[in-house]
Design a protein around this ligand. Structure first.
Ligand SMILES: [Zn+2]
Length: 128
């Protein structure tokens, strides 16, 4: 039995659906949803509505707390490498690797081995 968690939406209990209605006649309350897992916001919210309610209430503080982006980030030649491969590659006579790194800025391509392709830590990027 997995542990139940509460939706973190600050207004979850104010949405009056039957599944939120708890208690016996005379002492009924609508309550925050409680489930073993949620679909939204990294498993913290029962719905996009609750996810947005959280952001509307706390988002500004959260951005200021964790650091507001004040300058545009830049994708440069040094960090524009992505992995790619041909889904339909079937040429047995061409020994060239089907896996490759592609630079989104220069369009340069460099071959990759399959294990480099599968290694999530392998990259040609040298910056963020
Ligand atoms: Zn909720």
């Amino acid at each position: 039995m997995s542990e139940l968690k509460l939706c973190q939406g600050p207004k979850c209990h104010t949405y009056t659906t039957q599944d939120r209605l708890k208690g016996m006649k005379g002492s009924k309350t609508f309550q925050t949803r409680r489930k073993s897992s949620f679909y939204y916001g990294n498993d913290n919210f029962c719905s996009m509505i609750c996810y947005n309610d959280w952001f509307n209430k706390f988002g500004e503080q959260a951005i200021n707390h964790f650091g507001r982006t004040t300058e545009p980030k830049k994708l440069t030649e040094q960090n524009a490498w992505v992995k790619d491969y041909d889904y339909n590659y079937r040429d047995q006579h061409n020994p060239k690797s089907n896996y490759r790194s592609v630079n989104k800025i220069t369009k340069e391509q460099r071959p990759l081995t399959e294990s480099q392709y599968d290694d999530s830590t392998y990259t040609l990027n040298t910056g963020e």
